[in-house]
Design a protein around this ligand. Structure first.
Ligand code: ZN
Length: 255
């Protein structure tokens, strides 16, 4: 049974990954994500279903368009692999549970956000706002539709976190005359908080800062060369959803 579920999660994840690639390519260009169907961005030829099978097509075609030979960006293969891998990892941690559904849906937003922020340094509102709403709706379900619990545990803390970050971003601009916290981060962090519960956010931010510092030490050569904090928050969230509970238990921190 477990093997069958893993196989199913792999297929679903790879197909969703293929869809996320469409989002990653088209949202920054303000193109429709439905029409036209899959096509080569170089020669414009439509890609038939038989040449559009997740993972397999990329490998068979050696990452090139079947017609014009133009290179297909490596993110296509990476996204089609990491999406099912994260789904399977979540299943192994949480089983088929509400927590699994919660974090699988968070993953569906984090992956396109991670790559769009990495390539374009933007976190599109068409992703971050639906992400926050989805997280809050799942919070309502996790509270058994008890609106009072939901308000106290999810809704109010998420709104307060948003207000705090928004004021922090404004203050930063006033004091330093440049953007410190990007507009996208101001929504992404509360959205992540909606899935985790805001109480986890300090840990996610701490992890993001450690990853950011490592990235800075390894890759950034010029001190004023900025990097997108949003994708590091997305990466930290993906790590925290897999190890957060275990880590907190290990250090004796019970929620
Ligand atoms: Zn082509």
């Amino acid at each position: 049974m477990t093997a069958l579920i893993i196989l199913l999660l792999f297929i679903i994840g790879a197909c969703l990954g293929s869809f996320f690639n469409v989002l990653i390519d088209r949202i920054p260009r303000h193109e429709s994500i439905v029409k036209p169907g899959s096509h080569c961005t170089n020669c414009g030829k439509p890609i038939p279903f038989s040449k559009n099978i997740p993972i397999i097509s990329y490998i068979v075609l050696k990452g090139r368009c079947n017609y014009c030979g133009a290179k297909i960006h490596w993110h296509h293969l990476v996204v089609e692999i990491i999406t099912p891998v994260l789904f399977i990892a979540l299943y192994l941690v949480y089983g088929l549970s509400l927590n699994f559904l919660n974090f699988a849906l968070m993953t569906c937003f984090l992956i396109p956000i991670f790559f769009i922020d990495a390539f374009h340094k933007i976190i599109p509102l068409v992703l971050s706002i639906p992400m926050a709403i989805t997280g809050l709706l799942l919070g309502l379900i996790r509270c058994g539709f008890n609106f009072k619990d939901f308000s106290l545990i999810f809704l109010l803390p998420v709104l307060l976190l948003f207000a705090f970050l928004y004021l922090l971003a404004l203050l930063w601009i006033k004091l330093f005359h440049r953007e410190g916290l990007g507009g996208g981060d101001v929504i992404l962090i509360p959205a992540v908080g909606a899935f985790f519960g805001v109480i986890h956010i300090p840990w996610v931010i701490l992890l993001a800062c450690i990853l950011g510092l490592l990235y800075f030490l390894i890759f950034v050569r010029k001190p004023n060369q900025g990097f997108a904090f949003g994708n590091i928050v997305a990466l930290a969230s993906a790590i925290w959803m897999l190890i957060g509970d275990k880590f907190l238990q290990a250090i004796g921190w019970f929620l």
